[in-house]
Structures are given as structure tokens and as C-alpha cells.
Design a protein around this ligand. Structure first.
Ligand SMILES: Nc1nc2c(ncn2[C@@H]2O[C@H](COP(=O)(O)OP(=O)(O)OP(=O)(O)O)[C@@H](O)[C@H]2O)c(=O)[nH]1
Ligand SMILES: [Mg+2]
Length: 305
């Protein structure tokens, strides 16, 4: 293979909350890079995973689930999808949960109609959809309303047909040098993932509005404290009344969160790590521009050159 036929580009995963975008990202990346939980709106920012081969480099972009924004955090989430789909993508993977109601996809489909690059339809969760007629009908409906370059039926969770999808994505990319140096698998620092995985554990452990009202800031990340890494993170909630819920009776709940988070972070880092958690209130942070900037959800617009 000569370097002149090397292909590289961005494959953007777009879909409703819970479609399985982050699960697919983790499959194609060969590692758990993106938070996955049964709750909708787990992902809040675009997350890259780089898949390498001798003749291609695919930069997969996981995006927040598409939704109609109701507060500023959701506006920043919607802007992430918009940017990825309209500005970055060389191919868009439109992910649809085949086991869920399709109707809420309508506003996303309107967005995708304005996309210039090829769109692959990815029907996900075929491990739970036993009726092929349902998949046929879904495909028929979607190809009727959107120009679809290729169709796939996959199970992201079980890894079914994921390799075929990956190969087709690689083939659809432009001839281009690699965007990232060989061996690099992400564009983020470990500090970012530590915060994401603590947040993932909050989504798994708490109910109702608590996961949505929290964000996590890693304040200290020390590589060598004795034989362990050390991470101190603060979990911010929106209201004083949410603090005791997070902490739990006698501190039991936060202790469990600390243990789970530590396990998850250690798995990710592949080395022992001590995780310490604090809880603080940042009133109404989800609707406050300065807080969203502080927590990395809002990137300040770059000055025009
Ligand atoms: N049965 C089944 N479940 C799946 C599959 N793919 C994902 N899931 C589950 O669907 C849920 C949502 O998965 P995520 O990957 O977090 O979905 P997402 O599209 O990233 O969701 P947001 O981040 O909220 O936009 C999780 O409970 C996954 O385990 C699949 O192929 N089959
Ligand atoms: Mg996600």
C-alpha cells in the first residue's frame, strides 16, 4: 500500500439519546472511552476515538444525543452535534435504536437533510429486535425521507456487524494523510476521562434529576503518590437540597460512588489509583454560561483571524 492511497477522515455518530452511539464508539475504539449508561443524555460533549489500520485512520466522533434544548447545557450539547455533523464529518452514521419508537427522530432527520457528506444508516440493537419485518419497514421509511448511502444492521453492544461497518466507513473516507500521529487513540487527557467516568458512575448509581444536575471537576491528578495515582474530584450539584441525596445516609452512597469510580478509573488507566470525592453546590450551573465554561462544556468562540 503506498501512502498515496491512505484514507483518513471523520465519521460522526449522530442519533437520539440512548441510540447506542457511545457503545459503538467503544466497540470501534477497542476500549471504553465513552461513558455508557441506560439513561438518556449521558454524553454531553463530542468524544473522539481513533481507529487505525495500515491503509486508513478513522476518527470516530461520539456526540450527545440529539434533542431540543431546554437549558444552556443542552444548547451546548446540541451545538456539539451541529458542529460535528455539518463541519467535521466526512461521513455521518445516523444511529437509530431499532427497538424504540422512531417518531422522535423527525427533527434530527431535518438536520441531516442539510448534510453534504454521505450518510450511513445504522440500525442498532438488532439483538433485541427479533422481527426482520420491523427492520425492513424502518429502512424503507428512513430511505424514503433521507438520502442514505449505505445501510447497516448492527448490535453495538454485542459487536455484531461492527467490523463490516468500520470497513465501509474507511472506504468512504477521502484519500488524506492521517489526522493524528500513529498510536494516538484520543485527543483528550486522562484528567478528562477520569471526570467522565466518575460522572458515568453517578448516572448508574443515582436516580431522577440527580445525574442531570451534577457535573464533575477533577482538581488534582497526581501521577506518583507512592505506588498509586491520586485523583481528587469535586461533584457539583445545582441545589443545596441535592447534597444530602448524593452523600446518602451516614455517607454510604458517596462511599459507594467513590469505590465504583475508583474501580472504573483504575480499569481505564490500567494502574492503581486513589480517588477522593468532594461535593459542592454550584447554583444553577446548567443554565449559567460562566459555569459551563468552567466545566469545559462551553468552548469560547475563537477570535476571527
Ligand atoms: N440490547 C442492546 N442494548 C444496547 C446496544 N447498544 C447500546 N445498548 C444499550 O443502550 C443504552 C444506551 O447506550 P449508549 O451507548 O449510552 O447510548 P448513547 O446513544 O450514547 O446515548 P446518549 O449519550 O444519551 O446520547 C445502554 O444501556 C447500552 O448498554 C445494543 O446493540 N443492544
Ligand atoms: Mg452517549
Amino acid at each position: 500500500m503506498t501512502h498515496t492511497s491512505f484514507k483518513s477522515g471523520f465519521a460522526v455518530l449522530a442519533g437520539l439519546p440512548n441510540a447506542g452511539k457511545s457503545t459503538l464508539l467503544n466497540q470501534v475504539a477497542g476500549g471504553l472511552l465513552s461513558a455508557v449508561t441506560p439513561k438518556a443524555q449521558t454524553t454531553r460533549q463530542n468524544i473522539l476515538a481513533i481507529a487505525q489500520a495500515d491503509d486508513y485512520q478513522i476518527v470516530f466522533v461520539d456526540t450527545p444525543g440529539f434533542l431540543k434544548p431546554q437549558y444552556k447545557l443542552q444548547q451546548t450539547m446540541a451545538a456539539c452535534v451541529d458542529r460535528a455533523v455539518h463541519e467535521e464529518a466526512d461521513v455521518v452514521l445516523f444511529m437509530v435504536d431499532a427497538s424504540a419508537d422512531y417518531a422522535p427522530n423527525a427533527p434530527l432527520v431535518e438536520q441531516l437533510k442539510k448534510v453534504y457528506c454521505p450518510i450511513f444508516l445504522v440500525l442498532n440493537k438488532i439483538d433485541v429486535v427479533r422481527d426482520p419485518a420491523r427492520l425492513d419497514a424502518l429502512e424503507k421509511q428512513i430511505t424514503g425521507e433521507l438520502k442514505i448511502a449505505k445501510k447497516f444492521r448492527i448490535s453495538a453492544a454485542k459487536g455484531v456487524n461492527v467490523d463490516a461497518l468500520k470497513k465501509a466507513v474507511a472506504a468512504a473516507l477521502p484519500v488524506s494523510p492521517a489526522y493524528f500521529p500513529p498510536g494516538q487513540w484520543t485527543d483528550r487527557w486522562e484528567r478528562f476521562y477520569a471526570a467522565e467516568f466518575i460522572r458515568e458512575q453517578i448516572f448508574l448509581l443515582y436516580q431522577k434529576e440527580i445525574p442531570y444536575s451534577t457535573c464533575v471537576e477533577v482538581e488534582k491528578f497526581t501521577e506518583n503518590l507512592g505506588d498509586k495515582n491520586f485523583i481528587r474530584a469535586t461533584i457539583y450539584v445545582e441545589r443545596e437540597s441535592q447534597k444530602p441525596i448524593l452523600i446518602g445516609k451516614g455517607g454510604a452512597k458517596i462511599a459507594q460512588l467513590r469505590r465504583q469510580s475508583q474501580k472504573r478509573v483504575e480499569e481505564f488507566l490500567g494502574r492503581p489509583c486513589r480517588v477522593e470525592l468532594n461535593v459542592a453546590v454550584c447554583p444553577g450551573w446548567r443554565d449559567d454560561t460562566a459555569s459551563l465554561e468552567k466545566f469545559g462544556y462551553l468552548i469560547k468562540e475563537e477570535e476571527p483571524l
